[in-house]
Design a protein around this ligand. Structure first.
Ligand code: NAD
Length: 354
């Protein structure tokens, strides 16, 4: 018998549709909700795909706004808002990765329009009520039930075209949510179980995705894993790993998912010293003697970047990164010490095994 701790959970109302073809599923969901002027959101780089998806949905779409950018800049949101209002929209359909989901959330925060998220990466933002926005080079985060998409449509056919390198780093980004959820202060039996299932799903499916990017069963399993990893991200607080990635992305402009891929084994090594039992199931899932080493070998085997140097960080920036990452206090299972963090960052910079 396990002794249950006291714990709290919050699930925003959301409807999930797994596995069906996305466009007719979105059309059916719009019809069920009585919505007839949806705006499909996308990125400038994938504007044609967004327009094609909009025309596949059909008559319930009023237009396409393909302006989304990484880290949800407020000026982009304001530009998109003008277009969404001009189209007299009654719904938002976010078709893309975390950047497009972010724009949908930012617009929903300002308009309270219902959102249907159709994710095409493994970022997992669609299942959280969290929005990160950037203004004047500063990224701030809000948690608000209005930003949680009401409907989420997962279709593995949509992600067969996600390039293998992005699939790998995005998948490791998803795993990072679940790994940090295992040792989160607010963890509970449900988040632990969901996190372990999410990690297992990614460990099993990502090698298959790399070998055979068109394999729908592997893509479906990885999407399901990313959903579970996103779900726990929305339930508990994140720790050292996310703080470091936030610092490296926000202050040194390193790319989001790649930075997660490099830092994860090193952040886990730092924390594994304090909570080896909590991380033992991760080591077991990866067939390794430690979670940190297992994650490093897994990432390397999948062809992920393993060094901050390869992402463009300069060695002389490491001390400043360690300084910034220790400026504001945050909870971590092992106390955060600047000298130890610098050691961690040096190993991650050089690409050494943890
Ligand atoms: P992204 O949306 O920028 O996508 C990464 C790359 O993949 C882009 O180049 C994009 O064009 C490409 N891409 C996406 N779908 C594709 C497809 N089907 N085929 C080909 N290429 C495709 O980045 P991301 O990693 O998905 O998300 C990162 C962003 O999401 C960051 O801004 C991060 O802060 C945010 N995020 C937020 C939360 C949250 O809960 N608020 C959670 C996770 C991530």
């Amino acid at each position: 018998m396990i002794k249950l701790p006291a714990f709290a959970l919050r699930f925003a109302p959301m409807r999930l549709r797994f596995g069906g073809p996305a466009a007719p599923t979105v059309a059916a969901e719009l019809e069920a909700l009585g919505l007839s002027r949806a705006v499909v959101l996308g990125t400038p780089g994938h504007a044609d795909e967004a327009r094609a998806f909009a025309s596949e949905i059909g008559a319930r779409v009023a237009g396409t706004v393909a302006l989304a950018r990484m880290h949800t800049p407020v000026e982009v949101t304001e530009q998109a808002l003008t277009q969404v209002l001009a189209l007299d929209a009654d719904a938002l359909v976010s078709f893309g990765g975390g950047s497009v989901t972010g724009l949908g959330k930012a617009l929903a925060l300002r308009t309270d329009l219902p959102q249907i998220a159709v994710p095409t990466t493994y970022a997992g933002s669609e299942v959280t009520a969290i929005l990160g926005e950037t203004e004047a080079g500063r990224k701030t985060t809000v948690t608000d039930p209005r930003v949680q998409p009401e409907v989420i449509v997962y279709d593995p056919r949509l992600i067969t075209g996600l390039p293998v390198d992005i699939s790998v780093t995005s998948g490791l980004n998803a795993m990072a949510h679940a790994v940090e959820a295992l040792y989160a202060r607010e963890r509970n039996p449900l988040t632990t179980s969901l996190a372990l299932q999410g990690i297992d799903a990614m460990v099993q499916s990502l090698p298959q995705v790399v070998a055979e990017p068109d394999n729908l069963a592997a893509r479906g399993q990885s999407q399901y894993g990313a959903f579970l990893c996103g779900l726990v991200l929305g339930q508990v607080g994140m720790s050292l790993h996310h703080k470091l990635c936030h610092t490296l992305g926000g202050s040194f402009d390193l790319p989001h998912a790649e930075t997660h891929a490099v830092i994860l084994p090193h952040a886990v090594a730092y924390n594994e010293a304090a909570v080896p039992d909590v991380l033992a199931p991760v080591a077991a899932a990866l067939g390794s003697r430690s979670a940190a080493r297992g994650l490093y070998d897994f990432a390397k085997r999948l062809g992920a970047p393993t060094s901050l140097k390869s992402l463009g960080l300069k060695e002389e920036d490491l001390a400043r990164a360690a300084e910034i990452a220790t400026q504001n206090a945050y909870w971590n299972p092992r106390p955060v010490d600047k000298a130890a963090l610098l050691g961690l960052l040096q190993a991650a910079w050089a690409g050494e095994a943890p």
